[in-house]
Design a protein around this ligand. Structure first.
Ligand SMILES: [Zn+2]
Length: 396
């Protein structure tokens, strides 16, 4: 039987074992969890190690275990999920082969409608392995992650995600200072001011940003250019220099390993499927990571209101979970983060009264509403209604 809860309850059992066997790392982790950076009203609960919303999930977990103790047996990794990797790799490279004799328009449409969904499915496995729910021991997990990298070709970005998801998002959910999923407040304020001052022009800017994100690797360029544009347009900082999420980071040698596998994946794609096949992959990844990541962005918008302390997390139920490894069962996941994906629906069946916070909109609908609102707020947080002049100083 695997205990579901511990002092650091958001860690999976495997991660807990690893951290426990490394006292220095555990000390660092604990000190980070208790450190108060730029104390604000929303961060006062950090002294307890977890944000108020994370504490709410912890309380839900206690309640669940008291009422249904058999749920303890659901926790723990399941290696069988690893068989999904060769299947996804075959689908992804099969599509790359099918577009290898086509043209730029066909490659774009296939990447937009199909490729980014395949990448999203692989990214759901990155989420699963981040919680050590496929392999808990270091070496098998590393080998699994490297195979995933062969599909993703993310140049180590999946490692950053894993670290931020586990050490920033889960324990500090809803806390702007520490939860990296909250948008930079200065970027948001600058965009809101520009939209309020120039509503007509903002519509044009939204269209240009969308076009930029639709280009291969355009999101990288947009990430640099857009904050500069808003900063000069409204005359105030569009990046919050005071924010430090304090997430753990991957080591250099680990990153080099993943970058090498990404280079190998790119070489294989180019050699086997030519330029169009290679472009299909990189375009799919680029669309997935940017504003044209319809399912990815839609899912992100569906999960957390940002400021809801009673129901911090919503779940999306339906067919989409079949291709996204049940990541729609997000309320169940945040409540029991060491239960693997295929047992999450059982949690909902056992305790429907506890898991009753549901998102009923489709990911496509949420994405479209976000775009129509000129990229409205992705998460709410109390800073949005305050004067942030000290954080986002005027440049005049
Ligand atoms: Zn998670």
């Amino acid at each position: 039987m695997v205990p579901v809860d511990r002092d650091l309850g958001w860690l999976s059992q495997g991660a807990w074992t690893s951290f426990k066997s490394c006292p220095k790392l555990l000390r660092t982790l604990r000190s980070r969890a208790h450190r108060v950076i730029n104390l604000s009203r929303s961060t006062t609960a950090i002294v307890a190690g977890l944000s108020p919303q994370a504490q709410r999930h912890k309380a839900m977990r206690h309640m669940l275990l008291q009422r249904h103790p058999q749920i303890r047996q659901f926790a723990g990794p399941d290696y069988r999920t690893a068989f999904a990797v060769p299947v996804l790799l075959a689908i992804h490279w099969g599509i790359a082969w099918s577009v290898s004799q086509t043209n730029v328009l066909a490659v774009f449409l296939v990447a937009l409608l199909l490729g980014q969904v395949v990448i999203h499915s692989a990214a759901a496995l990155v989420h699963e392995t981040a919680h050590r729910l496929i392999f808990s021991k270091r070496l098998p997990k590393l080998l699994f992650d490297l195979h995933l990298e062969l599909i993703l070709g993310s140049f180590g970005r999946q490692l950053t995600y894993q670290h931020e998801h586990i050490s920033s998002h889960h324990p500090h959910i809803g806390d702007y200072e520490r939860d990296y999923e909250h948008e930079d407040i200065c970027g948001f304020m600058a965009r809101r001011k520009y939209r309020s001052d120039y509503p007509g022009r903002q519509r044009f800017v939204t269209m240009m940003i969308l076009i930029l994100h639709a280009l291969p690797l355009g999101f990288l360029l947009a990430d640099r250019v857009v904050p500069i544009f808003y900063r000069s347009a409204v005359g105030q900082a569009a990046k919050d220099a005071d924010r430090h999420i304090g997430a753990t980071k991957p080591g250099r040698s680990e990153r080099l390993m993943f970058i090498s596998v990404s280079l190998l994946a790119n070489a294989i794609l180019f050699l086997l499927f030519g330029f169009w096949g290679w472009l299909y992959h990189n375009w799919s990844l680029s669309l997935f990571l940017g504003k044209c990541g319809i399912s990815n962005l839609g899912q992100s918008l569906s999960e957390h209101d940002g400021d809801n302390l009673v129901n911090p997390t919503k779940s999306t139920y339906g067919w989409i979970n079949r291709i996204l490894f049940n990541t729609g069962y997000h309320n169940e996941h945040h409540t029991c983060p060491n239960v693997p994906w295929h047992r999450l629906p059982a949690l909902k069946r056992i305790a429907p009264d506890l898991f009753n916070s549901e998102n009923t909109k489709s990911y496509v609908q949420l994405w479209w509403e976000h775009v129509r609102y000129d990229f409205g707020p992705t998460r709410r947080n109390p800073l949005m209604s305050r004067d942030n002049a000290h954080r986002c100083p005027s440049e005049s």
